[in-house]
Each structure stands twice: as C-alpha cells, then as structure tokens.
Design a protein around this ligand. Sequence first.
Ligand code: PXP
Length: 238
Amino acid sequence: MVRLGVNIDHVATVRQARRTVEPDPLSAAVVAEMAGADQITIHLREDRRHIQNRDARLIREVVKTALNLEMAATPEMHEIALALHPDSVTLVPEKREEVTTEGGLDLKSVGPGIGDLIVTLKDAGIKLCAFLDPDLEQIKEAAHLKFQAVEIHTGQYANATAATRESELEKIKETASAIRHFGMAAHAGHGLDYHNVTAVAQVPEIEELNIGHAIIARALFIGLEQAVRDMLKQMGRL
Ligand code: PXP
C-alpha cells in the first residue's frame, strides 16, 4: 500500500499573498488527515515565502499521522529540524529565484557538513530522505551517506510528452529498484496529478508519494477533503 503525503505549502502561499491569517495551513493539515492522508508534508524555505516557523510548530503539535519536513541542508534548517522533530526530513535543493523545487539534490556537491546533519538528525530519531533525480550515481551516493529513503524527482516524467512518458516511467522503475537494492525506502513526488499518478503508484518498490499542487488546485473547486479522497482513489487506495 503506497502512502500519500499531502504537501500543504500552497495554502500558506495564498495566505502570504495578503500577509494575513487565512487560509491557515494548520486547518489544511487537519482536513487532509481526516480525508485519509498518511502524512503532511511542508517545505520551510529559507525565504519563508509560504510556510512560516509558526506554521511548522503548530502543525507538528497537531498532526496525528506523520510530519515530513522538506528543507535545504543549511545550518539554520538543521537547528530548526532538531527543535521541531518532524518524523522525517527530506533534503531538497533550494534556490531563491526558483518558482518551485527544480531538479533533485546533487549529493556530490553538497559539501562535508551534510554528514554531520545526517548523523545528528538520525540520532534524534528522524528519518532522513534525499530528493534525487532518477540517476543511479546519485542513488549510490545516498546509500553511501546512509540515507534511509530517497524521494525520486518525478518532474521529468510529469512533464514528458506522449513520446517520452514510457521511457521516463522506466527510469523511475529502475531507480526505485536500485533504491531498494541499497536497502533504502523509495518515495516519489513532484508534478504528480490525477492523470499521471496511477502508473507511479503501481511501481511495486515505491512506498510513498508526496503531492501538493494538483490536490490544492482541485481543492479550490471541490474542497480539500474530496480532492484528497480522489487522489487516494487514483492511487488504488479507495
Ligand atoms: N516532493 C518534493 C521534494 C517537493 O519539493 C515538492 C514540491 O514542493 C513536492 C514533492 C510536491 O510537488 P507538487 O506540488 O508538484 O505535487
């Protein structure tokens, strides 16, 4: 059974557009869980463009399933993660100019500080995951650094044309199998929607999907609870 993590950053994006108090991502976390989400995912960005420290603290207190914190591997985020104690941390690359996370982390250029970050967070009981492109060299590096999970960046697959979709899916399948071969858990996310999710959810090695944009976009018209249920259905869960 593949788990669904619902990424609620976009709810905070709408709030921050007016620098006001609504909509509150905390409410989104509660509704998503009631609808069957297995996890709440938030990205605390360096520029705080959506999720704020206050959101992270309150969501941590309220979430009953699991909290996955996406973050850059910086000293500030390292400290925040130790204090917040999410169930898992997914390390992502971050650039101020980007609209959303572009591409996976390059584990060969992250610098020596990452070793200490991985050890201290794991010692604190937090599961460590790396967000990586479907690239075998990166998977080997993740195993070497002793990550417990890899989230495969599915952006290329999501943006593929009809002509390239199958080969992009094949890459995801091969990568998921390599991740398992190295004893890590295989997750996937980015750009997944109601049309392209089923094939990824059917990859036997994949245990978890993290999905934001498509669910929040649908929620605008039919409500978050139904949007989460519809996604679970497409994943073969309902
Ligand atoms: N996983 C990671 C690591 C991400 O950075 C994002 C985007 O914040 C997602 C999953 C969700 O992507 P989307 O919003 O396209 O579903």
